[in-house]
Ligand binder design. Structure first.
Ligand code: NI
Ligand code: MN
Length: 226
């Protein structure tokens, strides 16, 4: 599995035969100005919630690529009249796609579209390709029930956590979240995009070192190979 950071909380995940785009917020992100969204061509677009900093480029990319949307039922229903094919899920459910099994997990956050439309409950996702499993928490606080994920779904090889604070957990909370889901490698996201989520990277890393875990901070467009 290859995981390319596209800025903020967006990633392009490449499995053996498929590309899954997560939470595209690219065209309005100055840090991602070198990314041409028409070149991404995902097979699937996975959305954690309806906030603008996660869904901005969904319509453009879905219409260009014909990608299938995977998200909660409210979000896939919102995009359906725009001609975007979707697979609706909800918290606690799993479904096996051609690239692997996706489990919709709990997230403590909110979820509304920029136009005020209700976006359902926010979610995180486990993606299990059969060879590897990653956990994308989505925007959330840390919560004790994260402990259930490895117990129910098995080893998590890598987690993608927000670490910017203010709107989500910060590095301190995310380090404990890594402990709860029992994973040693964490890719940080949702930091430094806006003034309230500016972080000190060394301080962030030190919270993870406390639990003997590795915080990976990718440059925009950089790819991590799992
Ligand atoms: Ni949000
Ligand atoms: Mn967000």
């Amino acid at each position: 599995m290859k995981i390319q950071f596209l800025g903020h909380a967006s990633f392009l995940i490449s499995t053996e035969n498929h590309k899954i785009l997560v939470d595209p917020f690219i065209s309005a992100n100055p840090q991602a100005e070198n990314i041409d969204i028409s070149q991404l061509n995902p097979d699937y677009i996975l959305l954690t919630h309806a906030h603008q900093d996660h869904v901005l480029d969904v319509e453009t990319i879905a219409q260009q690529s014909g990608a299938t949307l995977i998200s909660n039922f409210e979000i896939t229903s919102y995009y359906a009249p725009k001609g975007i094919e979707g697979h609706g899920m909800n918290t606690g459910g799993s479904y096996t796609f051609p690239f692997g099994t996706v489990t919709s997990t709990l997230a403590h956050h909110s979820s509304s579209f920029a136009d005020g439309t209700y976006g359902g409950n926010p979610n995180g996702y486990l993606i299990n390709t059969g060879k590897q499993q990653i956990y994308i928490s989505g925007d959330t606080s840390v919560f004790y029930d994260m402990r259930l994920l490895p117990e129910l779904y098995g080893k998590i090889d890598l987690a993608i956590f927000p670490i910017g604070g203010n709107f989500t957990m910060g590095a301190k909370e995310a380090a404990l979240a890594a402990e709860f889901v029992d994973t040693d490698r964490i890719i940080g996201c949702h930091y430094d995009t806006f003034p309230p989520i500016q972080i000190n990277k060394d301080k962030a890393r030190s919270w993870f070192e406390h639990y003997k875990k590795e915080l990976i901070l990718l440059e925009v467009e950089e790819t991590f190979e799992l």
